[in-house]
Design a protein around this ligand. Sequence first.
Ligand code: FES
Length: 155
Amino acid sequence: MPEDDREIRERVRGLIAETGRERSQLLEVLHKVQKEFRHVPRAAAEAIEQEMLVPVADTYGVVTFYDLLSEKPVGRKVLRICEDVTCSLHGAEQLAAEAERVLGPEGQPSQGGDVSWTRCACLGLCDRAPAALYDEEPLAPLAPVAIRKVGADHA
Ligand code: FES
């Protein structure tokens, strides 16, 4: 991960150059930033403002709206547990409690930064509730044993 803001800005300028400077490209740029830095650092938002003319506040508006983007560093792999209505009715809160027991506090990278977990909105997998995504792959229906396996794989 880059050490300083100047390096972050430079790398983000590169991502913007390969993606496009139009405001319509903002989400794609942010996904690339998230993938590279595991979050959207302030220096990245500043580079976006300079290169794409999108105010920092607008960028963070997008970051806070989308579950797949984060203001704080997440694990290299993220377990996203749906807490929307259908999954809640199928035990999502108990699964979140198991994730906290196995992987630590929500949103904090654990196991040397390899993995973190978070709650999220509907994943479109309601017919397989309770649902989760792990490293963008569906885990549905999610069972406690799958959470323990994620933890064991990164111990
Ligand atoms: S409510 Fe959980 S996937 Fe739709």
